[in-house]
Design a protein around this ligand. Structure first.
Ligand code: 3H9
Length: 686
């Protein structure tokens, strides 16, 4: 049974227990339905409290059921049954009331919550709209403007804020169940409010809908669900309750089967699976109670900020006192920025800064559980750091190198107890970017690796294990993106056309705009390193731009020209001339958006397939997470490999063959050819 009913005098307490997150599976819906029927028929019961066991209130519909035909009792009917129950129901919320969970709570006559709870309608994050009255009841409770914001962004609202908006009726400071029972009993002494289905939606200014539509459309880019969710709220404001319910249900059912919803569901499960890879099942991570970062530059300060945010006392080590001051000042800038953006209070910012000890003395790291090195990308400099750490740190302290290009095996040479060492590739800014590539060496112990994943959970990051190769998973694919973008330039496309096509595909920025923002010098440095390894990186135009010190926005020009103080890219005659010179002799052809995208994205798929073939990535879904969380690949496309799978692997291979004939890409690799034969990459549902 997922539901139990007990009595506290004239108040019944219905307790849901459906681990892990009390999702509204068919069994739970049926059990709740039966509970309403039983309690309606019980004359001794005057009110009902709905409470949940475990870590959270109902976290929503059971996403596992989404691929299957809907089964009764349907959620909208259950919510309506609770709303029209003979006795008032009080939802007692802890953890999260999300999606269908909040819709059930909206069916209740009252909602109370503990201060740490939050409530939200995150359906748009899954490519759908609320399907059980969320868009119809919420505007009746808090007005269309707040409701539109909640359903189109999907961002949960903390209980205390929800209380001030009228979404929550009371905050319970002590025991939730007891508080909810007392609340219910007190409510029975007063006139009950109307159920939401009998209330009307407050009016809004006529311009509201058009202004909001524009804002939502620009945020959503090509994601369908947010605008469809807004249309539902508008219908709720302009039509009667039943018409709006029917409209919402139809929109929900339309979107549920859409390719965007399929892609977003794939990402949902991939993200939840990422922190617990099956190959580490049963391996106990070490506890991390304190941390240190070596190096307080941009990367080191970002990592330090992420560790502080996770509540770890932190030591920041630099080579001299000036550098310590600079590192602390970098940290202060990060915390000040978070305060300015309203993410944390100024007290929290100050407390975080005061939890950091800046020092030049490695001796202070003797008791530390975790040390992350984030110094300059130079093998000798890094080795020197680890030799000092080997001398002072406990043998079981986890030692990690943050590197994006160097070989962790090489960095590990000479480390004492190399089984506690691994690579952690953070993405800049490290306190913001979600992706963490975890790179074990051959000698990294399973417990060390498991600790890397546990750390990612602490830092609220998406961890992906990567084998060792140049650039690991993400930057290795990025190299292909950039090389393909240059190939396009040499065969007739312009930087503007390439950037526009990739933006239209769903990336936040095109490859040239992105390089101008990040700086062309970093890649030039890496190409130099590659050449010393005997490789021949392809970047003929970028090389010439770097020779002219056109490093991007920071130098006033890169792939584009920039007016002083203005970040708007303007086409550059210098660049056009260089492209023309480099393209001499290369056949020119017209490029439309779709063929530009194919010329970039399909070779990325080919490279990613090689990465899978070499077991640098263990799962296609891991590559999807790397692309989404590290490189802005559109989430609603499900990531690079999911996109390829949906596009049809046979079509991907055929297009690659066509590009290869024109000298614009490699032919499909063995792993891709095998996947075409098997019609899938065959590790997990991609
Ligand atoms: C909806 O409600 C539609 C309705 O409007 C209309 C219906 C008609 N279903 O994240 P965690 C699993 S749409 C099934 O690591 P946390 C998850 O896969 C839904 N399973 O925990 C994982 O499984 P496993 C709207 C779910 O404590 C386990 O629970 N709701 C669901 O870090 C733990 O998950 C949402 O979008 C689900 N709905 O965070 C809420 N949710 O252990 C999505 C989770 O086997 N969920 N699982 O790997 C969340 O945001 C987080 O899970 C939550 C807990 C904040 C609740």
């Amino acid at each position: 049974m997922t539901v139990t009913v007990k009595r506290d005098g004239d108040v019944a307490v219905v307790t849901i227990d459906n681990p892990p997150v009390n999702a509204l599976s068919q069994t739970l819906r049926q059990d709740l339905w039966n509970a309403v029927e039983t309690l309606d028929a019980d004359p001794a019961v005057r009110a009902v409290v709905l409470v949940c066991e475990g870590r959270t209130f109902i976290a929503g519909a059971d996403v596992n059921e989404f691929g299957k035909p809907p089964m009764s009792p349907h959620l909208p009917d259950l919510v309506a049954r609770i709303e029209t129950a003979a006795k008032p129901w009080v939802a007692a919320i802890h953890g999260n009331a999300l999606g269908g969970g909040l819709e059930v709570a909206l069916g209740c006559r009252f909602r109370v919550a503990v201060p740490t709870a939050s409530v939200g309608l995150p359906e748009v994050r899954l490519g759908i709209v609320p399907g059980a009255g969320g868009t119809v009841r919420l505007p009746r409770l808090i007005g269309p403007a707040l409701a539109a914001d909640m359903v189109t962004t999907g961002i949960p609202v903390p209980a205390t804020k929800a209380r001030s908006q009228g979404l929550i009726d009371a905050i319970v400071e002590g025991d939730l169940e007891r508080g909810a029972i007392d609340f219910a009993r007190a409510a029975l002494d007063q006139t009950l409010p109307l159920p939401l289905c009998e209330r009307s939606v407050p009016n809004v200014d006529l311009t509201f809908w058009e202004t909001t539509r524009k804002a939502v459309a620009s945020r959503a880019r090509r994601e369908e669900a947010p605008l469809r969710a807004l249309a539902c709220v508008r219908m709720a404001a302009e039509a009667d309750f039943n018409t709006a319910m029917a409209f919402e249900r139809q929109t929900f059912l339309d979107l549920r089967g859409s390719s965007q919803a399929g892609a977003l569901r794939h990402v949902f499960f991939a993200e939840r699976a990422a922190p617990r890879p099956p190959e580490l099942a049963g391996i106990e991570p070490r506890r991390i109670r304190s941390a240190a970062v070596i190096g307080g530059g941009t990367m080191g300060a970002g990592i330090a900020a992420a560790l502080c945010e996770a509540g770890l006392p932190l030591t920041l080590v630099e080579r001299d006192s000036e550098a310590v001051e600079r590192g602390l000042s970098n940290l202060r800038t990060i915390f000040d920025g978070s305060v300015k953006r309203g993410k944390i209070s100024s007290e929290t910012g100050a407390a975080r800064l005061s939890s950091v000890t800046g020092t030049t003395d490695y001796g202070q790291l003797a008791g530390c559980d975790l040390v992350i090195e984030a110094v300059f990308e130079d093998l000798d400099v890094k080795r020197e750091v680890f030799s000092k750490l080997s001398a002072v740190c406990r043998p079981d302290a986890l030692l990690a190198t943050n590197t994006s290009y160097l070989d962790p095996e090489q960095i590990a040479v000479g480390i004492r107890h190399p089984e506690r060492f691994l690579g952690l590739h953070f993405f800049s800014p490290a306190h913001v970017m979600k992706l963490l590539e975890i790179v074990p060496t051959a000698r990294t112990a399973p417990a060390t690796l498991a600790t890397g994943f546990a750390l990612a959970r602490m830092l609220n990051k998406i961890p992906v294990r990567s084998g060792i190769c140049d650039g690991f998973i993400g930057n290795r694919i990025l190299k292909v993106t950039r090389a393909q973008a240059e190939r396009l330039l040499l065969s007739g496309a312009t930087p503007q056309a390439v950037d526009a096509a990739m933006r239209a595909f769903g990336l936040p920025m095109g490859p040239f705009e992105a390089q101008d923002l990040g700086g062309l010098d970093i890649a030039a440095f890496q190409r130099r390193a590659a050449r010393t390894r005997g490789e021949t990186p392809f970047a003929p135009v970028a090389e010439r731009l770097c020779t002219l010190e056109r490093f991007g926005q920071k130098s006033g020009g890169g792939w584009y020209d920039y007016a002083k103080g203005d970040r708007t890219p303007k086409s550059s005659e210098t660049v056009a001339n260089i492209i023309a010179e480099e393209a001499a002799g290369t056949p020119q052809k017209p490029w439309d958006e779709a063929s530009i995208v194919d010329c970039i994205v399909l070779p990325m798929v080919n490279e990613a397939s090689k990465i899978l073939g070499e077991k640098v990535a263990l799962r296609a879904a891991d590559i999807d997470l790397v692309e989404i969380h590290g490189y802005g690949f559109p989430r609603w496309r499900g990531g690079l490999m999911h996109y390829a799978q949906e596009r049809g692997l046979d079509e991907v291979a055929a297009k690659l063959d066509e590009l290869a004939l024109q000298g614009l890409a490699d032919t499909p690799c063995d792993r891709l050819v095998n996947a075409v034969r098997a019609t899938s990459y065959g590790d997990e549902p991609v």
